[in-house]
Design a binder for this molecule. Structure first.
Ligand SMILES: Cc1cc2nc3c(=O)[nH]c(=O)nc-3n(C[C@H](O)[C@H](O)[C@H](O)COP(=O)(O)OP(=O)(O)OC[C@H]3O[C@@H](n4cnc5c(N)ncnc54)[C@H](O)[C@@H]3O)c2cc1C
Length: 397
């Protein structure tokens, strides 16, 4: 058996893995990060929108920011527009490759070692250490550590091998980068034709480029191509032949996010907003909690599943309610017909209700449960009763 040369091995150099590496290396632990890609963030499928709070908490410089947002337009299936605006910047649109590179560089500056082009193909839990088998440049190598963090996104094979269970419910996100001059603020498009049971987005990345994306149960690429074709017909984009990337987004957490000497964080732990599919902030919070719990466990040599279960208790206390309410909201949206969505727009659009909600502080970029409850409270009799029935699972379409 290989000696546990490292304190912690981290599988995956996405935002969650690199942030955990940064915290643990800063606490003096010997950390190795294995990433199957040749560099951080290569070929990422992500729009990179994060709240100003998340941006600050990650300690990023503005050179990763493509644009900033303080307003958004919501478009109903028939094209009615609801616009909301705040005084302060609410979100940064970060270049995902730069974000991943910046976080990896921060971790490296604290001493974390990175191994790129190094997919972890197997994990072998043991009494004294966990072993990770990698294929570095085609050569098989085995590395050992006292503990391991799975930050490998929503790929289910490795968590399952360690007995954490398998995530079975996913949505598929599709995204394309478009040449366009008239996407000047975030647009959210609703309607069964555009994105059945969900929504699509257009996000400005620069003066003449935007990301178009959507997150749905199936045929995400097909629906996105249809949206791009529509935008092309309206003269809003220069070319309809675009590269569409796709990636799964978990809709649930595995049975356990901890085991003997092991923790799962980020998408691997289902730490993703169920409403929007955004996972950078929740993965960051998960990584921070994991690093603190693991720091204590490493210092006291207490790395049993029982001791590490504190991690799951803490992250669920922080975001468990958000995840379950977000799940309900997504289920409701999935069931709403276009007519019902139009009526919700009518209610929110009347007398500036949507803008009032923004100004009341009920809408936060990262915490949506207040918004879900406020949407019910602000809605008048019909939608309120209807949505409540849908949320409780009684209503039909
Ligand atoms: C279309 C789309 C748009 C999105 N837009 C946003 C957004 O605007 N804002 C937001 O907050 N979230 C967004 N998300 C979600 C966000 O991308 C994820 O939640 C986030 O990337 C999760 O971070 P992570 O570090 O947990 O995992 P990942 O970013 O998936 O990183 C996992 C890393 O592990 C590596 N890896 C996997 N398996 C292995 C292995 N066996 N060995 C070695 N390395 C391995 C991968 O190569 C990858 O680099 C979007 C998702 C999609 C699909």
């Amino acid at each position: 058996m290989a000696d546990p040369y490292y304190d912690v091995i981290i599988v995956g150099a996405g935002p969650a893995g690199s942030y955990a590496a940064y915290e643990l290396a800063s606490s003096g632990h010997k950390v190795a990060v294995f990433e199957e890609k040749a560099a951080p963030g290569i070929d990422a499928c992500c729009t990179g929108i994060i709240s100003a709070e998340c941006f600050d908490s990650l300690g990023l410089d503005t050179d990763v920011t493509l644009t900033q947002a303080n307003s958004a337009r919501f478009l109903s299936p028939s094209g009615k527009c609801l616009r909301v605006q705040t005084e302060k910047v609410q979100a940064h649109v970060a270049d995902r490759a730069s974000l991943d590179r910046a976080l990896a560089a921060k971790a490296q500056s604290r001493g974390a070692e990175y191994f790129f082009s190094s997919p972890v193909s197997d994990l072998i839990p043991g009494k004294e250490c966990v072993q990770a088998e990698t294929r570095c440049s085609g050569t098989r190598e085995v590395f050992a550590a006292r503990a391991l963090i799975l930050a490998n996104g929503c790929r289910t094979d490795l968590p399952w091998k360690l007995g954490l269970g398998r995530v079975k419910r996913f949505l598929v996100g599709a995204q394309a980068e478009l040449e366009t001059r008239d996407v000047t603020e975030i647009e959210v498009h609703f309607g069964r034709r555009v994105a059945p049971g969900s929504f699509a987005w257009l996000v400005p990345a620069s003066q003449d480029r935007a990301y178009a994306g959507l997150l749905i149960g199936c045929d995400a690429g097909l629906h996105l191509q249809r949206l791009v074709d529509e935008l092309y017909r309206c003269g809003r984009v220069a070319d309809r032949h675009v590269q569409i990337k796709q990636k799964a987004v978990p809709l649930e957490s595995p049975a356990r996010s901890y085991g003997d000497r092991v923790l799962a964080i980020g998408d691997a732990a289902g730490q993703v907003k169920r409403t929007t599919g955004g996972g950078i902030y929740y993965g960051h919070l998960g990584a921070r909690i994991a690093a603190r719990v693991l720091d204590g466990g490493l210092n006291n040599d207490e790395l049993s599943a029982r001791r590490l279960s504190d991690y799951e208790k803490q992250w669920k206390a922080k975001m468990g309610k958000e995840l379950s309410r977000g799940q309900l909201a997504r289920r409701a949206l999935n069931r709403l017909s276009d007519g019902q969505v139009e009526r919700v727009f009518d209610v929110l659009g009347s007398n500036g209700t949507a803008q009032d909600m923004v100004e009341s502080g009920d809408i936060s970029f990262d915490w949506h449960s207040k918004l879900v409850l406020a949407a019910l409270r602000f809605s008048s009799a019909y939608p309120w009763l209807r949505i409540r029935r849908l949320l409780s699972g009684e209503g039909g379409a």
